[in-house]
Write a protein that binds this ligand. Structure first.
Ligand SMILES: CC(C)(COP(=O)(O)OP(=O)(O)OC[C@H]1O[C@@H](n2cnc3c(N)ncnc32)[C@H](O)[C@@H]1OP(=O)(O)O)[C@@H](O)C(=O)NCCC(=O)NCCS
Length: 167
């Protein structure tokens, strides 16, 4: 298997990023916890294999928190998501941020497994939050993974150590 490299996205990556987000989420608009993001305009970490886009993590920083707004692996189960999440946590920790967090939806059992296996804790459930998001982005499907109706947001969090405090 070829090596996967992760780097900060730049302006030249914009059209590939728009394509990937649109394929995954129906558009570049991501609505979470009542906030409407145009993920294509956010800072992003990009994974490449042989120069081809292998995955994307977009994020927003506010206060001491690094929010993962979107995370996508082009081919699943090949380690791309792990590399991107690790790179995000490293960057956040280096920047002195105290937590990395994200919102996923109640149907996304693969993501729930993935994040918890990587040390993230479930810290919130917002019942009906996706029903509210759907009013802002009508394209959000009614039914998601495993034929589960999508209604609720789940918040997951990783607490970050202070820079230099690792043994
Ligand atoms: C969630 C997601 C980002 C994970 O990325 P990934 O590159 O598949 O993750 P990795 O390959 O690093 O790890 C996936 C884990 O599932 C296992 N796996 C095996 N086959 C898999 C498959 N077909 N799909 C997903 N995971 C698989 C891997 O072995 C690994 O297991 P582990 O947790 O025991 O180590 C990715 O599945 C994805 O893009 N999902 C769709 C978009 C999405 O829902 N994003 C999250 C929104 S919050």
């Amino acid at each position: 298997m070829d090596r996967i490299d992760v780097r900060q996205a730049t302006a030249v990556d914009h059209s590939r990023i728009v394509d990937l987000l649109t394929r995954s989420w129906g558009s570049t608009i991501v609505v979470a916890h009542g906030v409407v993001y145009d993920a294509a305009t956010l800072p992003a970490l990009l994974a490449e294999r042989r120069g081809r886009l292998a995955g994307l993590l977009t994020y927003a920083i506010e206060g001491d928190a690094f929010e993962v707004v979107s995370l996508d692996a082009v081919v699943r189960g090949a380690g791309t998501g792990t590399l991107l999440l690790d790179a995000a946590a490293e960057q956040a920790e280096r920047g002195g941020l105290r937590r990395l967090w994200l919102v996923t939806t109640n149907d996304n059992l693969d993501a729930l497994r993935f994040y918890q296996r990587r040390g993230m804790r479930l810290v919130g459930v917002a019942a009906g939050a996706v029903d509210e998001s759907r009013k802002l982005k009508p394209g959000i499907p009614l039914v998601g993974d495993f034929d589960i109706e999508i209604h609720d947001e789940l918040t997951l969090e990783l607490r970050l150590p202070r820079p230099g405090s690792r043994p």
